[in-house]
Each structure stands twice: as structure tokens, then as C-alpha cells.
Write a protein that binds this ligand. Structure first.
Ligand code: SF4
Length: 214
């Protein structure tokens, strides 16, 4: 089955506990004002990727260096069938390895369950709700105060119950640099993007386009 994929990365340390595989899905119709990932909104044919290829990519990583999988976007619930196939494959790959699956969604829990009935039972924890720029927060792994961390399975409750009200202790952003792009992984706090922009400029890196402005 085809999935609309923005990117894959490992290790991700800013979106959930431990060292994780990050899966960014492409396509979001929610359009939260202030979204830092506007580059994931529009899905085109070039984003089509076989779910099996994503699973093969993950299988090629060292499993000892994977504590969990984070699925984000884009909006995962806009691809319910592909998401179901993806989490089914991830559950198979992670069997006996104690990986948890954490999924971000811009819709509330009830809407996610309704949209993704096949995927939901295989997801250990969700972070739900749209980003609201007017409700800044220091809650761990969340971009605004309305967003809820919802442990869903037994593993999810073991791993996330005690973190539901936890605050971030340090910036939640990883910076990756390649030949053409500076890529921020994580949830920028208030002022983080401007600060990173300034620091990069001081080091002679000038950003031509950024994903957090139209
Ligand atoms: S914050 Fe998430 S749900 Fe909101 S527009 Fe951006 S990608 Fe979509």
C-alpha cells in the first residue's frame, strides 16, 4: 500500500522517550495558524512511498538503538488505511523488542479513533489536538497547552502515564544539517525558532525559505 511520506530519520530524541525512529507523513488539511511544518501540508505524487519500503528502512537500523517509533506529520489520520498497514508492520517488526509507537494527530482523541479504527488499537500513545499558537506551553513534547498526551495501551501506560503532566527540562529541538537544508526535529518553544535563526546567521548560515512562514 502507498503512504504519503515526508521523511524518515533515526535517531530522533526530541519527539518521545529514548532514541526513536521518526516517520513524518505528508499531507495536512487542518492548517493550524503558526504551524512550524507547513512543508508537510501539500501531498503530491512525489511523496508516494510503499509502506513496505518504510518498514525495510527501519529493519535496516540497529534494533538495539531503537526505543520507539514516532509518527507525526502532516496529519496521520488523513491516511487511515496506510497508517493501519504501517502500524501493523511496525508492531510485527517491534515484537519482543519493547518498542512503543507514539503518534501525533491534530484532531482530538474521539475523532482520531473514528477516523483510524484499525490503526488506533496498535498505537501505544497519542498526542492529540491542533497547535494553538495563543496557548504556549512547557508541557513535554507538546506545542500548545490544549494538546493531550494520551497513553492508550498497557505499554503506553507504563511508558507515558507519569509523563502526562511533565514539563520539558531542556529545549525539545534537534538540529540536522545537510547540503541544502537545516532541519529542525521536535517542538520549538516560544522564541526558539527566532533564536535558532539568529544563531545560524551568526555562523554564516542564511536561511532562504523556512517551513514556519507562508
Ligand atoms: S500543527 Fe500539525 S495538525 Fe496543525 S497544521 Fe501543522 S501539521 Fe497540521
Amino acid at each position: 500500500m502507498t503512504l504519503r511520506l515526508a521523511r524518515l530519520h533515526h535517531p530522533v530524541t526530541a519527539l518521545g522517550p529514548g532514541r526513536r525512529v521518526g516517520i513524518w507523513l505528508q499531507g495536512c488539511d487542518i492548517g493550524c495558524p503558526g504551524c512550524a511544518s507547513r512543508d508537510t501540508w501539500v501531498a503530491e505524487a512525489r511523496h508516494d512511498t510503499e509502506v513496505g519500503d518504510v518498514l525495510d528502512w527501519i529493519e535496516a537500523r540497529d534494533p538495539a538503538l531503537i526505543d520507539g517509533i514516532t509518527i507525526t506529520g502532516g496529519e496521520p489520520s488523513e491516511q487511515p488505511d496506510a497508517l493501519a498497514e504501517l502500524v501493523t508492520g511496525l508492531s510485527r517488526l517491534g515484537a519482543g523488542r519493547d518498542w512503543d509507537i507514539l503518534c501525533y494527530t491534530g484532531v482530538e482523541l474521539a475523532a482520531f479513533r473514528e477516523r483510524c479504527p484499525a490503526a488506533y488499537p496498535l498505537i501505544d500513545a497519542l498526542i492529540t489536538g491542533p497547535f494553538r499558537a495563543a496557548e504556549p506551553t512547557d508541557l513535554l513534547w507538546r506545542g500548545s497547552a490544549n494538546q493531550q498526551l494520551v497513553p492508550c495501551t498497557q505499554l503506553g501506560r507504563q511508558r507515558y502515564d507519569h509523563l502526562v503532566g511533565a514539563l520539558r527540562q531542556r529545549p525539545q529541538v534537534q538540529v540536522q544539517v545537510d547540503d541544502e537544508q537545516v532541519w529542525l526535529i521536535g517542538i520549538p518553544g516560544r522564541g526558539d525558532l527566532a533564536r535558532i535563526h539568529r544563531d545560524l546567521r551568526r555562523q554564516g548560515i542564511r536561511l532562504e525559505e523556512v517551513s514556519w512562514r507562508p
